[in-house]
Design a binder for this molecule. Structure first.
Ligand code: GLU
Length: 426
């Protein structure tokens, strides 16, 4: 066992996201009876880039940020995945997120491999001009590593359409011509797709509708809680409320709010836009993160960061279903506990694939100089993600596994098929 793995087991360090990703891969490889060589290939990222980003701060000082971009596997197509700005970004986290992107694109059956990027920074304490200078320096530093047929970035935690626009502009200035198809999640004015901003939440709602059919749950009578009221979580809440379900708790990085009578998601979104947090919303009581995750609801939606459902939390989860809008919120040991307790878990690589599915639709529109209506985009998203849910559910049912392992078997299995057909160079 590696030193890092030992530390995790002793509980002296936070679970390592990449070790979690490798453990999920190991389980899938065992079920799939994967050849050792292919398992080894899938346990190693194709390439990892670390860049230093000297950035002029408003004070006049120069701060050197560290950025990453990891291409995990490209057997099924150009690599794809978002860029995260967060103080806790690390190379291992980016590697894990890039691995999950590989399986996610494969489960969704879109012709992409997986990648991810990130910068260690605290965007909440940076001005817009500082963010722009850091972003443009990062775009220049990774310009030769990305490209419409090589690696296509997108937003992730604490990045947005504006950040994508700075990246497109920097990349295009370096090329000498406009290349909208190098990135997705752009503003509509420069080739972004209608429906992309809400796609992750919307996709997760389509998965919830399918999960409700499996669990024979009436969404009109269902209650739900959202951990992480950001882009994915807030859109999920508002759209699921449209099916009659009642939001009883929500949280963000500053705290959580709860109300048994229900919280209007649209009002909570407006309140958060005004005040910067869900905390203090009228008609609610404060709730801690662990109480929210263990609250008595039908559906729990972790939509924040990795490793929030630790084994201790997992033991206390009372939800019938978990829909993972976040990437990697549940550790492998927590998976075992939830599975044993009969919690129906829709895993991240399926539940939050709506974002990358609509990214794919954006890329296709850009490459073909097309522009589809929002209805057309949403209906293509529904077809794709519902098909993916059914593939995963069929795999899980056939093998008697959890939905996580079913999804990993579908995702990893398709990448392994591609590798077998391609062969190993030279
Ligand atoms: N960051 C999102 C994810 O984790 C979207 C990635 C993309 O659209 O490429 O799936």
């Amino acid at each position: 066992m590696s030193k890092a793995a030992g530390m995790t087991q002793m509980g002296s360090a936070k679970p390592n996201a990449f070790e979690n990703a490798l453990e999920q891969l190991r389980i899938a490889a065992e079920y799939l009876k994967l050849e050792d060589g292919i398992h080894q290939m899938l346990a190693h990222p194709k390439s990892e880039l670390t860049v230093s980003l000297p950035t002029k701060m408003d004070s006049g000082d120069v701060h050197v940020f560290t950025g990453y971009r990891v291409h995990y596997n490209d057997a099924r197509g150009p690599t794809k995945g978002g860029i995260r700005y967060h103080p806790n970004v690390s190379l291992d986290e980016v590697k894990a997120l890039a691995a999950w992107m590989t399986w996610k694109c494969s489960v969704a059956d879109i012709p992409f491999g997986g990648a991810k990027g990130g910068i260690i920074c605290d965007p909440k304490h940076m001005s817009q001009p500082e963010l722009e200078r850091m972003t443009r320096r990062y775009a220049a530093a990774i310009a030769d590593f990305i490209g419409p047929y090589r690696d296509v970035p997108a937003p992730d935690v604490y990045t947005n359409a504006q950040v994508m626009a700075w990246i497109v502009d920097t990349y295009s200035q370096l090329k000498g011509y406009m290349v909208p198809e190098v990135i997705t999640g752009k503003p509509i004015a420069i080739g972004g797709s209608l429906g992309r901003d809400k796609a992750t939440g919307r996709g997760a709602v389509f998965c919830t509708v399918e999960a409700a059919k499996v669990k024979k749950m009436d969404l009109k009578k269902a209650t739900f809680a959202v951990e992480g009221f950001g882009n994915a979580g807030a859109n999920y809440a508002e759209l699921l409320q449209g099916y009659g379900a009642k939001l009883t708790a929500a949280s963000d990085s500053k705290g959580g709010v709860a109300s048994r009578a229900g919280i209007d998601a649209a009002k909570l979104i407006a309140y958060k836009e005004r005040t910067g947090s869900v905390v203090g919303m009228a008609g609610t009581q404060p709730i801690s993160d662990s109480d929210l995750l263990k609250s008595e609801v039908d559906i729990l939606c972790p939509a924040a960061l990795e490793n929030t459902i630790t084994p201790d939390i997992a033991k206390g989860v009372r939800a019938k279903a978990i829909v993972e809008c976040a990437n990697g919120p549940t550790t492998p040991s927590s998976d075992k506990i939830l599975d044993a307790n009969g919690v129906f878990l829709v895993p991240d690589i399926l539940a939050n694939s709506g974002g990358v599915i609509v990214s794919y639709l954006e890329w296709v529109q850009n490459l073909n100089r097309l522009s589809w209506s929002e209805e057309e985009v949403n209906s293509k998203l529904e077809t794709k993600i519902t098909g993916a849910f059914r593939d995963v559910h069929a795999m899980a049912t056939k093998n008697g596994t959890s939905m996580r392992t079913g999804a990993m078997m579908v995702g990893v299995g398709r990448v392994a098929d591609a590798i077998r057909i391609l062969g190993v160079f030279p």
